[in-house]
Design a protein around this ligand. Structure first.
Ligand code: SAH
Length: 260
């Protein structure tokens, strides 16, 4: 079996910096306005990179990871706006399916259909998905987050009630920040849990190259009129740190599952 090389793609520079600081034997390659950090976490080879924002940018970055660095699986981490009323800021969503909500070639194709693939929805690798769900749940249950954040931050962002939720993520080249846009999205994609700008594009590239992937998102805002305030505060104070511990725990669990 070929050696594992995990691609870690993040949508927040702060989070990437935290993950990069975990790397041993680190080297860097700069290409196409992106810096790829190569090294190991717990003796597993990883390549870490900031995805940049939006579908084109993130698709380009993941293609480079696959073609130039030969990654064997892909973990994506970032933040998202909640569409489901059951989600709160701080909750973690793990995609069990992804759709590009701005892809619409009607009347030539069905709404959301990816040209030439004939699919509207893409699914993560089941094995990787299961490991991510269990390791993220473990993190919330056992380790708790109170050690990582101050008591006032835990209260401010309701981190004591944080939950891990599995469901559908919609991606598009749009920052959703109004209740009207949110309602519109819910009408056409009733099962959608949250919205972001990269996941389904990354999923498409991984599908086409047959690379197992998983998309993890922490809710940073409620995709409404408060979005921009919530988003900025949450990403700066909480999400950047949270992503690092999620990845660290996950790579540890991947090691146990894949290597022993
Ligand atoms: N941090 C940048 C903006 C990044 S773009 C700035 O402040 O200028 C927004 C990022 O957050 C993308 O990675 C996107 O996937 C995610 N995101 C969070 N909430 C979102 C929302 N409500 N709608 C769309 N994307 C959202």
């Amino acid at each position: 079996m070929a050696a594992k090389r995990i691609g870690i793609l993040g949508a927040m520079p702060e989070e990437i910096n935290g993950i990069v600081s975990l790397l041993k034997g680190r080297s860097e390659v700069i290409k196409g306005m992106r810096t790829y950090y190569i090294g190991t976490i717990n003796d597993i080879e990883v390549v870490v990179v900031f995805s940049r924002w939006g579908k084109v940018a993130s698709a380009t970055t993941v293609t480079h990871l696959i073609v130039e660095f030969g990654i064997t699986e892909l973990i994506f981490t970032g933040v998202a706006g909640a569409i489901s009323k059951d989600l709160n800021i701080g909750d973690i969503v793990i995609a069990n399916s992804l759709v590009q909500h701005d892809l619409d070639a009607r009347p030539i194709m069905k709404q959301f259909e990816i040209p030439l693939l004939g699919k509207t929805i893409l699914y993560p690798s089941e094995k990787l998905f299961n490991i991510v769900v269990s390791s993220t749940n473990e993190l919330i249950k056992n380790d708790g987050l109170a050690n990582l954040f101050s008591l006032s931050e835990c209260h401010a962002f309701s981190l004591f009630n944080q939950k891990v939720v599995v469901g559908q993520i919609a991606s598009g080249d749009q920052f959703i920040s109004s209740s009207i846009e949110k309602e519109k999205l819910l009408k056409v994609i009733p099962n959608v849990l949250c919205v972001e700008m990269e996941g389904a594009a990354v999923a498409q590239v991984c599908y086409e190259y047959n690379i197992p992937f998983v998309i993890i998102r922490t809710i940073s805002d409620s995709a409404n009129e408060n979005s921009i305030i919530d988003f900025k505060e949450f990403t700066a104070k909480i999400a950047s740190k949270l992503g690092v511990i999620i990845v660290q725990k996950l790579v540890n669990n991947l090691k146990n599952d894949f290597y022993h």
